[in-house]
Design a protein around this ligand. Sequence first.
Ligand code: F6P
Length: 335
Amino acid sequence: MSAPAVDPLYLSAVNKIGVYTSGGDAPGMNACIRAVVRSAAYFGIEVVGIRRGYAGMIAGDFTDMTPSSVSNIVQRGGTILKTARSDEFRTPEGREKAAANLKAAGIDGLVAIGGDGTFRGGVALHREHEIPVVGCPGTIDNDLYGTDYTIGYDTAVNTALEMIDKIRDTADAHDRLFFVEVMGRDAGFIALDTGIGSGAEAILIPELKTSMVTLLETLDRGKRRNKTSSLIIVAEGEEEGGAFRVAEQIKNELGYEYRVVVLGHVQRGGAPSARDRVLASRLGHGAVEALREGHTNVMIGVTHNRVVLTPMSQTWKHTKAIDHSMIDLAEILST
Ligand code: F6P
């Protein structure tokens, strides 16, 4: 396969870009960094890595990156640039310091890899200091409008499934009821997909109010069908307040013995899945192309298998909707 030709007459809007990861890490962030660095080099654009997100931008924690500095990272979880959450960057003074550092380093464009908090920071920086910024959606929660999937989501779901399959074995051996809490601060995407994938008896997500009565009926129905073990998947952002609270309520009503497992940060680690590596590569490349073409304040996403741009502000103004037919499917298959 021959490489696509670079149009020599095309004048890039940027000459030196900064790339950073911010907020919660997600498997595939490294693949995205690699795509940014290698695509930029392909177009003759220099790249500076900004360590620890906005905290590093304020501290001037920068490192020059070349195609060889991203060798052997496509398969690694975490982020080689580290990540952080910065309170100082939320202030105009913090952003002023960051912008001064970027300008002193000759950075004329940014690729921000993270969630909506990361994008809000980028938009504020552009508004006050006119540095163009383009975002790549990186969060295991998959809760960003403007892309079908975010970097890290597929891996997180697969990690959760691997764990839940093991829990099913012991649940079955002891005829027990297990409540498994998965991540997803404000969204139930991980819970819904892991629930369907693991054949859970019920799934509790923040987007849908499931009454205790319905849950009790579900468990009761299972009992009548001689089900001896049951798995209930609970999204951490679920409105009852998580797996322990729901489990206690069930115990009070039915007197069932139960166990609770909170999968937690294990879902954020590990080698990215094939899907996440490919998605991250497409998004990183798309971000460089967008900056080169003079775009700013946009997020690169993939919808219906096409790379698309969405204004960053829409990623937090609109809520990505759960597909209700998936909720119906989960219910039908668990009966
Ligand atoms: O946003 C990703 C996420 O993993 C959420 O699902 C979770 O609530 C949160 O980050 C945890 O953040 P921290 O690592 O700061 O505890």
